[in-house]
Write a protein that binds this ligand. Structure first.
Ligand SMILES: Cc1cc2nc3c(=O)[nH]c(=O)nc-3n(C[C@H](O)[C@H](O)[C@H](O)COP(=O)(O)OP(=O)(O)OC[C@H]3O[C@@H](n4cnc5c(N)ncnc54)[C@H](O)[C@@H]3O)c2cc1C
Length: 391
């Protein structure tokens, strides 16, 4: 009998794990994906929607499930019964598992009252209206604010830069733009080289930068910031804070995030794994989610009898920053001082969400990258195999 692997959540981590498991354990596992939706939404490109230069791409989940040889069940998971190795769905059905992978993502929560919180495709229209008002001369000061505790700041920098280019293209020169962040350097999690490159980009586009500044709310045409100051703003655009799913039967911290070890095993439960935004790992990002999913998939595959030595999750952070002009590829290992920035791809396929199995699959299906890998001359090698570089 194959090992029955249940994957709760069919987003970035869940799909990467399903594809990885099929490749690593082949017929040793049967895979069931459980999610309420019918489409996978590639959210990083949502930042391009308001500018009409791109859109969040969608792909039928059943095609992805077929590619992974997985069964797809449309349901929401409500609780986990670790003793009976069962998951209970919101319609009361019990789904059995030998190994369970939780990849339910996280919930975006607005945390700067009075700001337009950009959570993804659902806020593209509101942001588009703001751009319309700016072009019409009704809005003269737009502030982009990163809330305290935001775990993936890149989209805010993208929105600010894309807005600057968009307004310049529309010959609008009298709208002031500013970016407010609690970080001591812009996009700090990518390291010094990236911070410097981003600071230069902001300056080049005339976007004022306020670092070590925490926004608390918008009152009477100004953004209140700590300790007790304000920045004039006709409109404030913010990113959300994330909260974990708080699933019954699964341990979690005060923000609802699930604690795991380096193999992705959930602390306190047997044969239950977690990967992606719902874990306590502080950076909530697609490429990190896929690396966690790969570590969990290797561990599950080895347990199912596949002849592999599972490798631990060793994070590498890759970010593709859209600037409205030439994009920037950013790469670092969290906690290290090494940081690389380039205008040419540092990995392949050069997608925004990097994943060993998911990225090539989506690149071919969604046509995310059409041209062949560049010849990289003296630059660092383009990553193809994510795990090959893990020390
Ligand atoms: C605007 C924006 C821009 C971004 N830009 C980038 C970028 O440039 N690069 C990058 O790497 N990342 C980026 N990200 C982040 C990236 O999208 C997430 O980190 C990634 O999707 C997390 O993967 P996940 O599998 O943990 O969660 P998700 O992809 O959110 O998937 C969660 C899945 O769980 C399902 N689910 C939820 N609750 C239940 C339940 N109770 N039962 C069953 N299923 C459930 C959901 O329906 C979904 O299928 C961006 C995100 C946004 C919003």
């Amino acid at each position: 009998m194959p090992t029955k692997v249940l994957i709760a959540g069919a987003g970035v981590a869940g799909l990467e794990a399903a594809l990885a498991l099929r490749a690593l354990a082949e017929e040793l596992v049967s895979i069931e994906l459980v999610a309420p939706e019918t489409e996978f939404v590639y959210r990083p490109l949502a930042v391009t929607e308001p500018f009409r230069v791109g859109e969040a791409r969608r792909f039928p989940l059943r095609h992805l499930a077929e590619a992974a040889g997985a069964e797809l069940t449309r349901a929401s998971v409500r609780s986990v019964d670790g003793e009976r190795r069962m998951v209970v769905t919101s319609d009361g059905a019990a789904l059995r598992y030998d190994s369970l992978l939780l990849s339910l993502g996280a919930r975006p929560v607005a945390s700067i009252p009075g700001a337009l919180t950009f959570r993804g495709p659902m806020d593209a229209e509101a942001f588009g209206s703001l751009l319309h008002e700016a072009r019409a001369g009704e809005v003269k000061r737009i502030v982009f604010a990163l809330p305290a505790g935001a775990s993936w700041p890149l989209p805010l920098y993208e929105l600010a830069l894309l807005t600057a280019v968009h307004l310049a293209d529309a010959s609008v020169s009298d709208v002031e733009l500013a970016l407010v962040t609690p970080e001591d350097r812009p996009l700090k999690l990518f390291g010094d080289t990236a911070s410097q490159a981003v600071a230069e980009l902001l300056e080049m586009h005339g976007i004022a930068l306020y670092v070590e500044t925490t926004a608390t709310g918008v009152i009477d045409g100004s953004l209140r910031v700590l300790p007790d100051e304000q920045i004039e703003a006709d409109r404030v655009v913010a990113l959300p804070r994330l909260e974990g799913p708080r699933l019954e039967g699964v341990p979690h911290d005060t923000n609802g995030f699930v604690p795991t070890d380096v193999a992705g095993r959930v602390r306190g439960l047997t044969d239950v794994y977690a990967a992606g935004d719902l874990t306590t790992f502080p950076i909530k990002q697609g490429g990190i989610a896929t690396q966690q999913a790969d570590a969990a998939a290797e561990s599950i595959a080895a347990r199912a009898g596949a002849p592999i030595e599972p490798r631990p999750f060793t994070p590498v952070l890759r970010g593709l920053l859209l600037t409205g002009l030439t994009p920037r590829y950013l790469r670092t290992e969290p906690g290290s001082v090494r940081s690389v920035v380039d205008t040419e791809p540092l990995w392949w396929p050069p997608a925004k969400i990097v994943g060993r199995y998911l990225a090539p699959f989506l690149a071919s299906k969604l046509h995310l990258s059409e041209s062949p890998p560049p010849s990289n001359g003296n630059r660092i090698a383009v990553d193809v195999d994510l795990r090959a570089e893990v020390p």
